[in-house]
Design a protein around this ligand. Structure first.
Ligand SMILES: NC(=O)c1ccc[n+]([C@@H]2O[C@H](COP(=O)([O-])OP(=O)(O)OC[C@H]3O[C@@H](n4cnc5c(N)ncnc54)[C@H](O)[C@@H]3O)[C@@H](O)[C@H]2O)c1
Length: 374
């Protein structure tokens, strides 16, 4: 079978992880790269030993008009996701993978979903935590009922000040601008609308229920949207024998004096899920594989049930595997006419959840994600 032709728009920070699933992969061939900063493209070609003869472009329209691409990766600031997807969808591309959050408004999400449907393009919202090995294992165990019916979800995010990647100013600046980041706050939203998307998604994905209402406090520290505390009630559980109401909470904390050694961002996540028969803890994601993962104190997964404790760590813990697995999954979807994870509809609902939380923090009242339609 002919190799699938891949084009990538945006050669910034996250390129370094999104590229990994395409390297040394016989199913695909990277044929073109685009970034308005040409220097960045050249740096990536050298860094990842990409064929130096591939086509490079400054303008994404030129690239999409000239190349026959099967899979397009969009790794751009949030406000560009919709326009680029709409332009690409009309150009006979088989699959478009757009980094999270899929767009800054719900009307943009709707346009992207419709245009991809009308043009028979598979739209994937790239969310890598779903494919991170400890999360894959946890999801499977929860589905098998290891802790019974799930009734409470908690995720704690800790942002430290040092120990991870050096982030260029240009990568941070567009996140601090309300128009390019989205989310509706006057300070942009590098934490809640951007990074928070993963956490909102895990709350949906691991519990597998939609949200009735959310309430949030999003504070400011040095003009950043942190610390933030949120809580929500899930809709009445489907097929429940216990009829117990289900709740979730999310914390974003910032430790401006903490060193958090990480191969990527100096940030990490800790999840706990309570079920009718037990408790599951998932230790770490973004900084997985670091010194904490090597200690006995932080097994990847801990389960308490029937009065006993079980720990599970026999899996890859480096966060990059979430990216690699996600890309490989999409390649299979394109080869075998499968269903992307996340679909456009899932990506849209997660955006509604995130925007509802942000709106709640501004309005000081509970909001139902279904109310967010613009
Ligand atoms: N999944 C994750 O964990 C994760 C982590 C970081 C970023 N992201 C997402 O990835 C996307 C990109 O983030 P990033 O951190 O790589 O940002 P970045 O600023 O480092 O990279 C964006 C790149 O796009 C280029 N660019 C901007 N406008 C352009 C245009 N009109 N045409 C061509 N190129 C243009 C910039 O020059 C830059 O190189 C965002 O959606 C972000 O939310 C996801």
């Amino acid at each position: 079978m002919e190799r699938l032709k891949v084009g990538i728009i945006g050669c910034g920070m996250i390129f370094d992880l999104n590229i990994l699933g395409y390297l040394d992969n016989d199913d695909v061939e990277i044929i073109c790269l685009c970034d308005r900063r040409q220097r960045r493209i050249k740096e990536k070609i050298t860094k990842f030993n990409i064929n130096p003869d591939i086509k490079i472009y400054k303008d994404y329209k030129d690239m999409l008009d000239s190349e026959n691409i099967d899979i397009l990766e969009i790794l751009l600031p949030h406000n560009l996701h919709c326009d680029v997807t709409l332009y690409a969808a009309k150009r006979k591309i088989k699959g478009i993978s757009v980094q999270k959050p899929m767009a800054t408004t719900i009307s943009e999400c709707d346009k992207m979903i419709k245009s991809c449907k009308d043009n028979n393009v598979k739209l994937k919202i790239f969310e890598n935590f779903t494919f991170y090995p400890p999360i894959l294992r946890a999801k499977q165990l929860l589905k098998e009922g290891i802790i019974g019916e799930l009734n409470s979800f908690h995720i704690k995010t800790i942002e430290a000040s040092s120990g991870g990647w050096n982030i260029p100013k240009s990568t941070l600046n567009w996140r601090l601008a309300p128009d390019s980041c989205g989310g509706g706050l006057e300070c942009g939203s590098p934490f809640i609308f951007d990074d928070g998307y993963h956490k909102f998604w895990l709350a949906l994905h691991l519990i597998d229920e939609k949200i009735e209402k959310v309430f949030a406090w999003v504070d400011r520290y040095n003009n950043l949207d942190i610390p933030a505390y949120m809580m929500w009630k899930y809709r009445s559980p489907k097929g429940s024998n216990l009829n117990m109401p289900h709740y979730g909470t999310l914390e974003f904390n910032f430790s401006p004096e903490m060193l958090l050694p990480s191969p990527y961002y100096a940030c990490d996540e800790f999840i706990s899920i309570i079920g009718s028969k037990g408790i599951m803890w998932i230790n770490q994601a973004t900084s997985g594989g670091n010194i904490m993962s090597k200690s006995e104190v932080f097994p990847a997964i801990v389960i308490f049930r029937d009065g006993k404790i079980e720990t599970i760590s026999d899996m890859e813990r480096d966060w990059k595997y979430g990216f690699i697995n996600s890309t490989k999954h999409f390649i299979e979807v394109i080869k075998n006419d499968g269903i992307p994870l996340l679909t456009g509809e899932e990506g849209k609902y997660c955006t509604q959840f995130a925007l509802a939380a942000l709106k709640s923090s501004m309005a000081g009242k509970e909001i139902c994600p279904d109310e967010i339609t613009e």
